[in-house]
Design a protein around this ligand. Structure first.
Ligand SMILES: [Zn+2]
Length: 210
């Protein structure tokens, strides 16, 4: 699907499915959305959260950005679309789970690993991906003897943990987690093998979910 006509044909299939063959789902959804899960995913075209998890409309509240990053809590910060989505999901929709969904071959993390903060190459990307600069520092310190692909992969996973840590700096996220109303998850989709891994805080490793 590469051009607008193909997108319109895709919409017609969606319309047939949800408005002509069976309109019950949207009859219910037009009253209100009640998703239980917020997914923070990457903008990458290969990792659409709803497609990867075979979800229906209304199942997921989704925010996607370059490298699936969450900045730390900063009240009244300008231009913070990610934080506003987290606020809406947690404080208004009362989601029960937040999934930070990272992936292999992430261009955003590749940019993080290779950017020069003193001499950014573009206008926005380098500054944004430096949100996870601590993941890059950790990889550079701990994996100096590894090859580049291994470092980028490790940084993709480490940056998921940075986003989980940053989520806990939002007072109402931390409050809901501590009250047992909200659970945070770090997931990693491996494009090469088609596997889904999840962060296990007990074993401190990403382990295969499916
Ligand atoms: Zn990505």
């Amino acid at each position: 699907m590469q051009n607008p006509d193909a997108l319109i044909n895709g919409f017609k299939r969606f319309q047939r499915r949800y408005y002509k063959q069976d309109n019950s789902l949207y009859a219910q959804l037009r009253e209100a959305q009640r998703p239980k899960v917020l997914v923070i995913g990457c903008s990458d075209s290969r990792v659409d959260p709803a497609i990867l998890t075979d979800c229906q409309p209304g199942d997921l509240f989704v925010v996607r950005d370059v490298a699936n990053l969450v900045p730390p809590y900063e009240k009244n910060a300008p231009d913070n679309g990610v934080s506003s989505a987290v606020e809406y999901a947690v404080r208004h929709l009362n989601v029960e789970h937040i999934v930070v969904l990272g992936h292999s071959h992430c261009g955003g993390i590749d940019a993080l690993m290779h950017c020069d903060s003193d001499h950014p190459s573009g206008e926005f990307i380098d500054q944004w991906v430096m949100t996870a600069r601590s993941a890059r520092q950790k990889v550079e310190q701990e994996m100096s003897d590894k090859d580049e692909d291994q470092k980028v992969c490790a940084c993709e996973q480490a940056s998921i943990l940075v986003s989980l840590e940053n989520l806990m700096t939002f007072p109402w996220v931390a409050g809901a987690v501590h009250a047992g109303r909200l659970t945070l998850h770090g997931w990693y989709f491996d494009l090469d093998t088609g596997s889904l891994l999840a962060w296990n805080a007990d074993t401190t490793a990403f382990e295969k979910l499916a």
